[in-house]
Write a protein that binds this ligand. Structure first.
Ligand SMILES: O=C(O)CNC(=O)[C@H](CS)NC(=O)CCC(=O)C(=O)O
Length: 285
């Protein structure tokens, strides 16, 4: 197997407009580079945390006009690192966007795109409620891409709750899985660490989850705690609650070691029962 690498996760408090976020994210990406990171990731909604739906639709841009894309292409070239732009809102038509991740190679080329599949339409306690599907159109394709150190599977935030997607990515060859997020405080406190560790353990893959933190426009609060998890489920780094960067040295052989000990990915069984059996293969496989 190829030698190891250093991963760097950016944790930030995105504002509602692109300009300050480009500055914030760029500073933190450069900090990650200064700490030796070869693969640097930013959270979901790196471009804006805009709670107002009409304003979000107004500010979202199609790919050809989105200011974050040239900024991140430049950052990839400047740092010579692989770069995951966790997500930005890409305008699809007058009434909808895609919540899209972009993977840049060190030459600044976009080598993969992923549109968040599962929409966060939930009602929490104390009237905290979300209807992501009113502004965003869900993706329909699981996406993997090849890094120099092995295959990457891409997911976003609420996708974390859908184990069948992670299994499909692992069966499609993913050894590392990204989960850029903007988790709510109450659901983060209750579920974030255990779900990320579970996805890593179930798939025998490294999980990289860069997160939004702090208080955003109109009092929206996010959980933080960007996490790097090993295929055995160990938390290698936790970003706490403040903006910053976390890093860890990643040894890809740990994937084979975990899967060698517990070959659960190869132990699927067909079974009959009360509902449809979840899909077991990545799209296109
Ligand atoms: O709404 C915002 O402004 C920012 N949040 C997001 O963009 C997304 C979709 S609304 N958040 C999540 O998916 C949180 C999931 C989550 O917290 C969970 O699964 O518990």
């Amino acid at each position: 197997m190829t030698a190891g690498f250093k991963v760097g996760l950016v944790q930030m408090t995105a504002a509602r407009d692109a300009e300050p976020n480009i500055r914030m994210a760029s500073d933190l990406v450069r900090q990650a580079k200064a700490q030796g990171a070869d693969f640097i990731l930013t959270p979901e909604n790196t471009g804006m945390m805009e709670p107002n739906k009409p304003a979000l639709l107004e500010k979202a841009r199609p790919e050809a006009e989105h200011p974050l894309l040239p900024a991140f292409a430049d950052l990839a070239r400047e740092t010579g690192a692989w770069l995951l732009l966790g997500s930005i809102a890409i305008k699809l038509d007058a009434t909808s966007c895609a919540n899209r991740s972009f993977l840049f190679d060190p030459k600044g080329q976009v080598v993969a795109r992923y549109d968040k599949i599962h929409m966060f339409d939930v009602d929490l306690k104390a009237g905290e409620s979300y209807r992501e599907s009113k502004t965003f159109r869900p993706g329909r394709e699981a996406v993997v891409a090849d890094l120099p150190w092995g295959r990457l599977g891409l997911t976003i935030c609420y996708d974390l709750r859908f184990a069948y997607l992670y299994r499909a990515l692992a069966k499609g060859g993913a050894r590392f899985i990204t989960v850029p997020a903007a988790f709510t405080r109450p659901t983060g406190e209750a579920h974030w660490h255990v779900l990320l560790r579970a996805r890593a353990i179930e798939t025998g893959a490294f999980v990289f989850a860069p997160a939004q933190c702090g208080e955003h426009a109109e009092g929206r609060k996010t959980f933080g705690h960007s996490l790097i998890v090993s295929p055995w489920g160990e938390v290698l780094a936790d970003g706490g609650t403040e903006p910053g960067v976390i890093t860890a040295v990643i040894d890809p052989a740990k994937v084979d070691e975990a899967r060698g000990m517990i070959p659960a990915l190869r132990h699927d069984r067909e079974f009959s029962g009360p509902g449809p059996v979840a899909p077991l293969r990545a799209a296109g496989e």
